[in-house]
Design a protein around this ligand. Structure first.
Ligand code: ADP
Ligand code: ADP
Length: 253
């Protein structure tokens, strides 16, 4: 787990117009922050800069107080959860969840046998055991995550034979077994129907609290913004308009 600090972050694409403008935000260890705002306000850009898929034009990103602007994505040890699941159709649920671990093991980024990942620039200095799914062999970790997500009976199934909600849980299982320092959700529920969205919203909130893992959740959905997190950061035209708890937002005039 980790704190994430954004100091005056700016992103200019080729047209020179700032898609993200001077954003500063301190996200505490274990905190659940919702990043909300209309389409085009810079939410994905900000998330992609945090995870390392997009360069930061100026400003500083720190993870646990260490500058990370130049760190490769794999050295940031953050897990993204996407809306379209990005599951492999030919692999079983088990194999899908285990995939990032096998990948990391192959590239030497993860010390798979004892579960104590010491990949890249971090040098293992940051604590990263997640309650429940931490430690153990690949098999242990996959089974613990599956149990947490109520997927144990479906481990041998292929994604095509799962419901939308179950697929979303498999995607979360992948993030869990990585033992990432933080979860970054990019509108993970936007492909689901309203009923399932409500159900998954509750599941995500519960899971986040159980794991206590620092999370940033991007959405344009007001209900998600007001019900999921500890704090809501409102982004408008690339600028942070307001950061407040859902309660404070409700009560404001
Ligand atoms: P959101 O996620 O809130 O919908 P984005 O971060 O995707 O917003 O986009 C913010 C702004 O940056 C928009 O004006 C968008 O057109 C622009 N933008 C996003 N990605 C690129 C890109 N790769 N090249 C140029 N402009 C981009
Ligand atoms: P690839 O297509 O080679 O898997 P990605 O662009 O998906 O590469 O990911 C880039 C880096 O991000 C990888 O080196 C990997 O360590 C890390 N990574 C892989 N999956 C995730 C994820 N779900 N969330 C965050 N980082 C990831």
């Amino acid at each position: 787990m980790a704190s994430i600090t954004l100091n005056n972050i700016v992103k200019k694409y080729d047209d020179g117009f700032p898609a993200v403008n001077n954003v500063s935000l301190d996200i505490a260890d274990g905190e659940f922050v919702i990043l909300v705002g209309p389409s085009g306000c810079g939410k994905s850009t900000l998330l992609r800069m945090i995870v390392g898929l997009e360069d930061i034009t100026s400003g500083e990103l720190q993870i646990d107080g260490t500058r990370m602007n130049e760190a490769a994505p794999r050295d940031r040890n953050l897990a993204m959860v996407f809306q379209n699941y990005a599951l492999y159709p030919h692999l079983t649920v088990y194999e899908n969840i285990a995939f990032p671990l096998r990948l990391a093991k192959k590239s030497g980024g993860l010390n798979g046998s004892n579960g104590d990942s010491t990949g890249g620039a971090n040098g293992g200095s940051r604590g990263r055991s997640l309650g429940g799914a931490g430690g153990g062999s690949v098999d242990d970790r996959v089974r613990k995550a599956a149990e947490m997500l109520e997927l144990t009976e479906h481990l041998e199934r292929k994604p095509a034979n799962l419901s939308g909600g179950q697929r979303q849980r498999v995607a979360m299982g992948r993030a869990i077994v990585r033992q990432a320092d933080a979860f970054l959700f990019d509108e993970p529920l936007s492909n689901l129907d309203a009923k399932l969205r409500g159900q998954m919203r509750a599941e995500i909130a519960q899971l986040q609290r159980r794991l206590g893992v620092t999370s940033v959740y991007v959405t344009h959905d007001q209900t998600e913004a007001m019900t999921l997190g500890d704090r809501v950061a409102v982004l408008k035209k690339g600028e942070l308009q307001q950061v407040a708890s859902p309660r404070e937002l409700y009560e404001q005039p």
